[in-house]
Ligand binder design. Structure first.
Ligand SMILES: NC(=O)c1ccc[n+]([C@@H]2O[C@H](COP(=O)([O-])OP(=O)(O)OC[C@H]3O[C@@H](n4cnc5c(N)ncnc54)[C@H](O)[C@@H]3O)[C@@H](O)[C@H]2O)c1
Ligand SMILES: O=C(O)C[C@H](O)C(=O)O
Ligand SMILES: [Mg+2]
Length: 602
């Protein structure tokens, strides 16, 4: 039954390539230059003669028809020559030049753009995503040429319900929204933070096969507290300090209601909100809308999968996770998200009396119950002083003191502070109680990483398991040995969480759906890979892992009776699918960039 629905769905999808959600003839209603200027329809020199004739394109293009493959090769050639020609220039200049050439293609021809992105994801992810996206956000006002996505500002109060209809796409499946208040580890970048939703949604298209016509990057511009930006004459956002309290929430409320009114089934991913609003909005909306916070929940799942991998790497059973001493540096949305999920995992796998050995530090050092004005979200992880004074530790102990005294199995950074795992701290990790100590320097972009891969292997020893949020090259340890670098980045989960939630039709995203996503990622790697220190799959197989994660999310939604189905495939059909069939169903729903016909053949 669902197979029928599947083939109907895939026919419809082919049709949708050019006709949005409306079934019927796959014919473009635009003509002439309007088609060439629409990146969704544009094929550049690839329009066949029949289309040139019938769509009023004759004479608007050079006469020779160039195949898609040829166009692809031409683009890659210009990209490679740009790499060659900029070899001696500073990294930031090269990165921005690469971003520009990709962005220009994105603006002109989406089909070709997404194909080169999918096929070269390992090379291009660092350009459209972390680390270059950070640089792009920092320079956004100067780089701005064409708008992408939607901007709702504090000045739009009361107007959002009508503004949302200004978006030209009929259907939106996936929205990534930010208020720009904590962009990677770069702080408050105001309206310039729009680069993050754009980059995340590019990953949604590449990894999850979300149709690019159905994605919507959103900036909620409620002002900025970044004085430099407020004084920058090129700054494109509101020149006012950030709204606070109820004023702030009323803007986010209005936006969420407008989105829900127009696209009730769209998934909304909150991204790079400062901690207080990250937690507050998650709590406020998570049962009312199908939404999640990637920095809290996506990051947690990826980190947990990596942490379970480090237990396997030590040759220990997974239940030993409960005994791992984990030092988390950074008590923000990401660090607390990780600890909350790790706590849930411990309580699932260990004796009820098991006491997780988590140590949490923020900018004021080790957090204990003696901490004044402790953030309620951090309170469950604050150490009782009696528990640690025997180790010679107390409130506010420094990172080096904690590492020396605790001898942790894992040192995990989500602090946003570059280089905080300095030589002394890394050397202290040599005394870890683990045979394979793990160092996770998860802060982004690269310059904010707590340490580099080279530093970790050099100072903490060659047997460490290393992961970073932004990519580093593997490290040559000499004698043919390689120090493997893992990218512990939420990109391994958010596309599958979003796609799984969408296809399940669940009206909210439950903890168990998120746990299923993390467990799926954790079990993806073989023992052999794990032994080599490889905790996550290659980013080249991101579509594959996303299909598995998406299926795990759907199956959990079904098991929890939250799934309502999507399109032609109802809850009952989802429930009848085997695990493999669910994966196939997800794969079938992934959009893939090819030039489709724009006119009927006669
Ligand atoms: N790899 C990933 O997938 C991933 C996901 C989410 C966030 N991140 C990164 O994590 C970082 C933090 O994100 P967040 O949302 O939690 O930010 P946040 O602002 O909510 O939290 C930052 C935390 O770090 C602490 N901190 C600051 N300076 C410190 C110091 N010197 N020593 C110890 N702690 C210190 C702060 O007190 C705060 O608790 C960012 O760089 C972000 O890019 C990475
Ligand atoms: O954007 C990323 O690369 C990961 C994460 O969401 C972050 O905020 O750093
Ligand atoms: Mg983020």
């Amino acid at each position: 039954m669902w197979r029928l629905a599947l083939s109907a769905a895939s026919n419809l999808r082919r049709c949708r390539r050019y006709s949005t959600a409306i079934p019927g003839p796959c014919i473009v209603h635009k003509r002439g230059a309007d088609i060439l200027h629409d990146p969704w329809f544009n094929k550049d020199t690839g329009f066949p003669l029949t289309e040139r004739d019938r769509l009023g394109l004759r004479g608007l293009l050079p006469p020779r028809v160039i195949s898609f493959e040829h166009q692809y090769a031409r683009f890659m050639e210009s990209y490679r020559s740009l790499e060659k020609n900029t070899r001696d220039q500073p990294d930031s200049v090269v990165s921005l030049a690469k971003w520009r050439i990709l962005n220009r293609l994105h603006d002109r021809n989406e089909t070709l753009y997404y194909r080169v992105l999918i096929d070269n994801i390992k090379d291009f992810a660092p350009v459209i995503y972390t680390p270059t996206v950070g640089l792009v956000c920092q320079n956004y006002s100067g780089l701005f040429r064409r708008p992408r996505g939607m901007y709702f500002s504090a000045k739009d109060r009361g107007e959002m319900m009508s503004m949302i209809y200004n978006w030209p796409g009929h259907q939106v499946d996936m929205i990534v929204v930010t208020d720009g208040s904590r962009i990677l580890g770069l702080g408050d970048l105001g309206v310039q933070g729009i680069g993050i939703p754009i980059g995340k949604l590019d990953m949604y298209v590449a990894a999850a096969g979300i149709n690019p016509q159905r994605v919507l990057p959103v900036m909620l511009d409620v002002g900025t507290n970044n004085q430099k930006l407020l004084e920058d004459r090129l700054y494109l956002g509101l020149r006012q300090h950030r709204l606070e309290g109820e004023e702030y929430l009323s803007i986010v409320d209005e936006f969420m209601e407008a989105v829900h009114a127009r696209w009730p089934k769209a998934i909304v991913q909150f991204e790079d909100f400062q901690m207080k609003w990250a937690f507050e909005t998650l709590q406020r909306y998570r049962k009312r809308f199908c939404m999640f916070n990637d920095d809290i929940q996506g990051t947690a799942g990826v980190a947990l999968a990596g942490l379970l991998g480090t237990v396997r790497a030590q040759g220990r059973p997974l239940t030993d996770f409960a005994n791992q001493k984990i030092v988390v540096v950074g008590a923000g949305s990401a660090g607390l998200g990780v600890l909350n999920m790790a706590l849930q995992a411990v309580s699932r796998m260990a004796e009820p009396a098991a006491k997780p050995q988590f140590f949490l530090l923020d900018k004021n050092g080790l957090i204990t119950k003696e901490r004044k004005d402790i953030d309620p979200a951090a309170a469950p992880f604050a150490k009782a002083v009696g528990e640690i004074e025997g180790m010679g530790l107390g409130e506010g102990a420094t990172l080096i003191e904690v590492v020396k005294k605790v001898k942790p199995h894992v040192l995990l950074g989500l602090s946003g502070v570059g280089g905080i795992f300095n030589e002394e701290v890394l050397k202290a990790m040599k005394e870890s109680d683990s045979t394979k100590p793990a160092i996770f320097a998860m802060s982004n972009p690269t310059m904010n990483a707590e340490c580099t891969a080279v530093e970790a292997f050099k100072h903490a020893g060659e047997n460490v398991v290393f992961a970073s949020g932004s990519p580093f090259d593997n490290v040559d340890l000499g004698n043919g040995k390689v120090g493997h670098v893992n990218q512990a980045n939420n990109l391994y989960l958010f596309p599958g969480i979003g796609l799984g939630a969408l296809l399940s039709g669940a009206h909210f995203i439950s903890d168990r759906m998120l746990q299923a996503a993390a467990e799926c990622l954790a079990t993806y790697m073989t023992d052999e890979e794990i032994q080599m220190g490889i905790l996550y799959p290659s980013i080249n197989s991101i579509r594959d892992i996303t299909a598995e994660v998406g299926a795990a999310v759907i199956r959990t939604a079904v098991a929890e009776e939250l799934a309502e189905g999507h399109g032609d495939v109802g809850a009952r059909e989802l429930a009848q699918m085997s695990k493999e069939e669910t994966v196939q169903y997800v794969v079938h729903n992934m959009w893939y960039p090819v030039y489709g016909p724009l006119v009927h053949e006669k």
